[in-house]
Structures are given as structure tokens and as C-alpha cells.
Write a protein that binds this ligand. Structure first.
Ligand SMILES: *Cc1c(COP(=O)(O)O)cnc(C)c1O
Length: 397
């Protein structure tokens, strides 16, 4: 937590319990600039908007990244509201004809096709508008993948075209009017923490694409290597080693076919997670059946990430000394605390059995790395509690 974030949280301590997301946009810009600056020449970093599509965040990112990756018409509208001309690449597993047509009217750079039927839909929309559209085929690789760390890749999912169906999809992409097959899209895993494994994965992509060039007699111009670079929520001090990843990248790109002019990354989590925190005030503490609980203002309806990944989300206790209520102040000491929210469901758990020296009602828990897939993926109106405040801080503004 940066000092400015702590100040934002402390400034809100008062009558109403603290409950907010706070983003440090300077920290965001610094991180993203360093990542982008370290990329070799052929690489472009797009921001995968589904991680967090808040307008101030997009505005901070727009001058730094190559463009936005969107997966719905709604995300496209948000991207266009920020920048009418920024490059936008359009993916997503179930696109309607209307969405595709709208995307073409709003000048997306290229589309990622997820099935043969989708190629037909893109072709129909493109010919209707008298256009030729760049498409990448999103392929769901069969594996096996080169490293044990990549066991998560290559599972059955609803995404992309199965490798068995690739010959037919390539033929369709080449013969349908209004399409220009420029390459392939390969996003095979999430939250990978190993730089070494990620380099191996990309080398595998390069060899695979080279094989398809030979098999289909085509020249691939663009490879999208997806996102999936992770955040270590279990140990905040052991993050993905981007420096070593970027050092290894040029050698890996040498394995890509020479005609590939552009290697696109579309990262979400890794770019924005660290700049955001979720702060929630402790409303009560209690011991039930031998377990110590802290109940906060907020919960998984605002910050569903720990529940969706089934992890205990890391937090810091911000001690608040003021206590003005005319009643005794409850506290836990030398406890192993389970942090829960205000919902009437036992699933509303943010962290489990975390050792704390002291935790008092009125202290504020600050959850770290909450900038990606936090508010964005949560069911905000379940139980109709008030929404948290969203604070976007930049020194420059
Ligand atoms: C979700 C998603 C991303 C971003 O993934 P991160 O793990 O946040 O980097 C990129 N590409 C596609 C196709 C996705 O579905």
C-alpha cells in the first residue's frame, strides 16, 4: 500500500464505515510504462479490458499501451469513449452478428474468430459494409505443453477452435469474402507465475505457428500470445519475474516465423492488479464454534476475487485508534481470523484463518492487489447493500 492510498483510506474514517476501492494511477502508469518499455520491437502490449474497465483506469492506460482488447460491444463502447482512434482488437467467445457489424463500423483493428460459424458471421458483416477485415483464428491447443507449471493450459474449454477443426477453419478463412487471415491467437492459461514457463509457452506457440505455416502453406503476420501473466496473491513478495521474462523474450521470438511482423500481448491482471486496493472497515468480531471471525462492511458482492479463486486474499490491518461509540470496543488478540462480509451466506469469505496480533472493531482491512477482477466480476446488488466508493488518485491531476 502506498502512502497516498493509506491517506485516502484514513481520510474516510468517520461516522460511515469505510468501504472503498482506491487506485493509485501514478503507480499504475509507472508499472505499465516499465513493462511496455522492456518489450522487444515486434511486440505490442494491449490491455485486456475485462480485468477492469473503469474509465479513469482506461484513460491512464490509453497513452501507454498499444490499444485495448475488448470482448463485447459494451467494452468496445467504453474503449471508444476514452479514445475514438485507439487500436482495438475484438475477441470473446460468442459474438453476435450485430456486435460484429458494430465493431466494424467502429473501426476495430482486427477480430479474433472463435469458430467456423463466427468466420461466416464476420464475412457476412464485412461484405455488407464492403470491407475486408483482418482476422486471427483463436486456437484451443491440444497440448501437451512443455512444462509442468503449464498443466492448466490445454484443458477442455468453450474457447477457440479445436486443433482438429483448424484445417477447415483455415480453408474457410481463406475462401470467405471480406476476410484476411493474418494469423493466430493463442491464449491458453491464466495467472501463470513462472517467467520461465511463460517463455517456454511462447516458444511452443512459435514452433506451433511455424508448423501451421508449413502444413497450410500460409504466411502468418500476427500472433496474439494472449495474457495470463499472473499475480501471486499467496506471497506478495514473490511476483512474476518480468525482468527475466523480457530478457528471455528476444531469443524466444527468434523461433517465430520470420514473416511475423507483430506479436500481440493482451494482458489484464498483470497490468492493473497491483494499483488497486479494497478497503473495508471491521463492523464486528466474534468467536463461533472455535473460529474467530471479523465481519466487514462489504464482502464478496464487491470483491468476489478471493471467492472465485478460492483463496485467502492478502490484507493489512490499518489500525484506527479513534473510538467514539459509547459502548465497549470488541477486539481479537493473537487470533487466527476469518474475514467475512455483510452477506447472509457462509460463502461470503474474503480470507481464512489469518494470524493477527490484534484486530479491533473500527480498524480497516486493506486488501492488496485488488485492481483486477475485483469489483468488475462481483454481483454488486445481491442483498442491496450500498456500493463502495471508487477513488482514482493521480498526483498529476
Ligand atoms: C481474460 C483474457 C485475457 C486477459 O487475461 P489476464 O489473465 O487478465 O492477463 C486475455 N485474452 C483473453 C482471450 C482473455 O479471455
Amino acid at each position: 500500500m502506498t502512502d497516498r492510498i493509506e491517506k485516502i483510506v484514513r481520510d474516510r474514517v468517520g461516522e460511515e464505515p469505510v468501504c472503498l476501492f482506491a487506485y493509485d494511477l501514478d503507480r499504475l502508469a509507472e508499472h505499465v510504462r516499465a513493462v511496455v518499455d522492456s518489450l522487444p520491437a515486434r511486440c505490442r502490449m494491449f490491455y485486456a479490458m475485462k480485468a477492469n474497465s473503469a474509465d479513469p483506469l482506461l484513460r491512464a492506460l490509453a497513452p501507454l499501451v498499444a490499444g485495448f482488447e475488448v470482448a463485447s460491444g459494451g467494452e468496445l463502447d467504453k474503449a471508444r469513449a476514452v479514445d475514438a482512434e485507439a487500436p482495438v482488437i475484438f475477441g470473446g467467445p460468442a459474438k453476435t452478428l450485430a456486435e460484429i457489424e458494430r465493431a466494424l463500423r467502429r473501426d476495430v483493428t482486427r477480430l479474433h474468430a472463435e469458430s467456423a460459424l463466427e468466420l461466416h458471421r464476420i464475412s457476412e458483416a464485412a461484405t455488407r459494409l464492403g470491407r475486408t477485415v483482418e482476422v486471427l483464428l483463436r486456437v484451443n491447443l491440444a497440448g501437451p505443453f512443455p512444462s509442468a507449471t503449464l498443466a492448466m493450459a490445454g484443458r477442455p474449454t468453450q474457447f477457440g477452435i479445436s486443433e482438429q477443426d483448424l484445417p477447415a477453419a483455415v480453408a474457410a478463412a481463406r475462401s470467405l469474402p471480406g476476410l484476411r487471415l493474418t494469423g493466430f491467437h493463442l491464449h491458453s492459461l491464466s495467472n501463470n507465475l513462472s517467467a520461465e514457463a511463460h517463455l517456454e509457452l511462447l516458444a511452443h506457440y512459435g514452433r506451433t505457428v511455424a508448423g501451421w505455416e508449413r502444413e497450410f502453406g500460409l504466411r502468418c503476420e500476427v500472433v496474439n500470445v494472449g495474457g495470463g501473466i499472473g499475480v501471486n496473491y499467496a506471497d506478495l513478495d514473490a511476483q512474476f519475474d518480468w525482468a527475466s521474462f523480457s530478457r528471455g523474450l528476444p531469443a524466444v521470438l527468434d523461433e517465430f516465423p520470420a514473416g511475423v511482423r507483430e506479436v500481440d500481448f493482451e494482458c489484464g491482471r498483470y497490468l492493473v492488479a497491483a494499483c488497486g486496493v479494497y478497503a473495508a472497515e471491521v463492523l464486528d468480531v466474534k468467536r463461533n464454534h472455535g473460529v474467530d471471525y471479523a465481519l466487514v462492511r462489504g464482502g464478496t458482492h464487491q470483491f468476489r476475487l478471493p471467492s472465485s479463486w478460492q483463496h485467502s486474499h492478502p490484507f493489512t490491518v490499518l489500525e484506527v485508534d479513534e473510538w467514539t461509540a459509547p459502548v465497549p470496543r470488541p477486539e481479537l488478540r493473537e487470533a487466527s481470523v476469518t474475514v467475512v462480509g455483510e452477506l447472509c451466506t457462509p460463502k461470503d469469505v474474503l480470507a481464512r484463518e489469518v494470524p493477527v496480533e490484534r484486530l479491533r472493531v473500527g480498524d480497516v482491512l486493506v486488501f492488496h492487489h485488488a485492481g483486477a477482477y475485483g469489483w468488475e466480476i462481483s454481483h454488486h446488488d445481491f442483498l442491496s447493500h450500498p456500493h463502495p466508493e471508487h477513488v482514482f488518485h493521480a498526483d498529476a491531476s
